[in-house]
Write a protein that binds this ligand. Structure first.
Ligand code: ZN
Ligand code: ZN
Length: 364
């Protein structure tokens, strides 16, 4: 999606205004000088392998560029600005990524759409290759709703539970962040995990996904050997499964195997393994804005009270006029917007950003 120069300049200005007001809320990890930084300009390609000596130097660059996205490595390096093979890897925090898009929820059929890039006509997926109205090219739009957003919240809480209950991580060593879009990042600063290899990280994410468990049948036969009413037993997954089954076994009509399968699917965390196992990755810096939404990646103190469609909305409400090609109805900061199809619209800046960054509208 190409952004026109007026749109790029509007977006940079909106982001810059935020960074001028809120530079203090950018949260840098420990050892800034050992981290690799990167950024993505609006309408441009990724810039990586940057390093900064101090917080002040990094903030000055963020203000100057006012980019679409700012990234920082979870790894520490001897030479963070060198090419990957020469950086000298010194360990990395363990990070988990939970995204509403990856969690199978029945609501997706309702908000995942095809639309025509020319006329703005739309419909449910799977869509036609060409628009039936005008013959123009079609594309897909993946939306969100309360159901998938609260599923993401639930899975983020499951990750925290695994970390504290099964891996003995202290609460102070767990940073829970909203990603700025439709998910959560969980950062673990516990020193035991810093030297973990890719294979070691894969073991941890497989464990949370329930991917390394024995077959349901085997677990069911272990449970069958224990009389019901004996309470949960074992540790780790066996404890979680036996605890779930215990309360439901009495009078249950289905098989024990089915109960075991439900116990796993209601407690596993749908983490993205490719994120956790990549030890040279850069992540969105906490306190900076997401490039597609204008919402802030932010640390969450109390996840129960957190509202992902209100709390991270930090851009101004200054109205801006747009030509919108297509955008479905959405809710943000307590208001409803759209739907829009090939029309002019005046929106608060914080709501206009998602339309503009996706190339679905231009500043008029
Ligand atoms: Zn069309
Ligand atoms: Zn949904």
């Amino acid at each position: 999606m190409l952004l026109n120069p007026e749109t790029i300049s509007f977006l940079r200005q909106a982001y810059r205004e935020f960074y001028f007001r809120q530079a203090d809320s950018i949260e840098f990890p420990g050892d800034i000088q050992a981290r690799e930084f990167g950024y993505m300009p609006f309408g441009g390609g990724m810039v990586r392998h940057l390093s900064f000596k101090s917080r002040g130097e990094a903030v000055a660059e963020i203000l100057k560029q006012s980019p679409s996205s700012v990234y920082c490595s979870n790894a520490r390096y001897e030479s963070p600005s060198a090419p990957i093979e020469e950086k000298g890897w010194l360990g990395a925090e363990l990070i988990f990524d939970i995204d509403a898009t990856d969690i199978p929820t029945p609501c997706k059929r309702g908000h995942d759409l095809w639309y025509c890039e020319q006329s703005g006509h739309s419909g449910k997926l799977p869509g036609p290759q060409k628009c039936p109205k005008c013959g123009g090219p079609t594309a897909e739009f993946h939306g969100t709703c309360d159901v998938c957003l609260s599923a993401a919240k639930d899975h983020a809480q499951r990750v925290v539970r695994f970390l504290t209950e099964d891996f003995g991580v202290q609460a102070e060593a767990i940073g829970l962040y909203f990603s700025g879009n439709r998910g959560y990042h969980i950062h673990v600063t516990d020193g035991r995990f810093l030297p973990l290899t890719q294979a070691g990280r894969a073991e941890v994410s497989d464990y949370m996904l329930g991917a390394s468990l024995p077959p349901n049948q085997t677990i069911a036969s272990t449970l069958r050997r224990r009389p019901s009413g004996g309470g949960p037993f074992g540790e780790g997954w066996i404890m979680k499964i036996s605890g779930y089954v215990e309360g439901r076994r009495e009078g249950y009509q289905g098989t024990l195997q089915k109960l075991v399968s439900d116990a796993v699917s209601s407690q596993r965390a749908m983490v993205d393994s490719s994120v956790t196992t990549d030890i040279h990755r850069v992540f969105r810096l906490a306190g900076t804005l997401h490039g597609n939404t204008g919402m802030r990646k932010m640390r969450i103190a109390s996840i129960d009270a957190f509202d992902s469609q209100r709390d991270p909305v930090v851009l101004s409400a200054k109205p801006v006029a747009l030509n919108v090609r297509f955008y479905p109805r959405f809710r943000l900061n307590g208001s409803e917007f759209g739907p829009f199809r090939s029309q002019m619209a005046e929106l608060p800046t914080f709501a206009a950003v998602s339309i503009l960054t996706r190339g679905l509208g231009d500043v008029a």
